[in-house]
Design a binder for this molecule. Sequence first.
Ligand code: URA
Length: 231
Amino acid sequence: DAVLDHRRLERCAGENRLADDAMLPPGNVAGAVEPRAQRIAAFDWAQLEDAVSNCTSCKLCERRTNTVFGVGDRQAEWMLIGEAPGENEDKQGEPFVGQAGKLLASMLRAVGLSREKGVFIANVLKCRPPGNRNPQPDEVARCEPYLRRQVALLRPRIIVAMGRFAVPSLLREHVPDIESQPLGRLRGEIYAYEGVPVVVTYHPAYLLRTPTDKAKAWADLCLAQSLTTGA
Ligand code: URA
């Protein structure tokens, strides 16, 4: 329950650490930034939104109904990052509008936030993978500069990475062997993406299937909140 989770959170607090190499420049591990990524890294919000909605960089553009840029407060302290649009999101052009989105909204309310205020919600991929299949590495690579720029424009105080897909996509450069680590083992630590602290939690769709882990997700949000309030 919440009390137990809070105790766990307090225990975690002493162990939290921000990766030393949090300030790596944008680009790939070797430090080379390709021209397209470099261009995107200079966009303002309007240019970025326009680039995403017209993107044809990978094959996902062929079957999408809408791109899903992200939604929320552009002054937000919190940024939540999921995997990719599903069927409803593709139809409506907004992230997390289905069942998982409802759960996410109620979790946000519990920490005093809402889709409209205090939070920006985005996905690693801006287009729906057909049939909700897993995103492929080339799709992630082509979409990554958009997310990187969203983070740079937003400068949130905390990123919450949700699920076994978003987590490695964001932290691959900083956490060795991240692909082989169960998400449960990555929770409770503070990582970093582009210099912004990152908290790892379960994906809301997973929580719908495994409600017994909701308490852990609640603890993760409390951990994130403690970083925004300095509590
Ligand atoms: N799952 C996600 O990861 N993102 C969405 O926008 C919807 C479902």
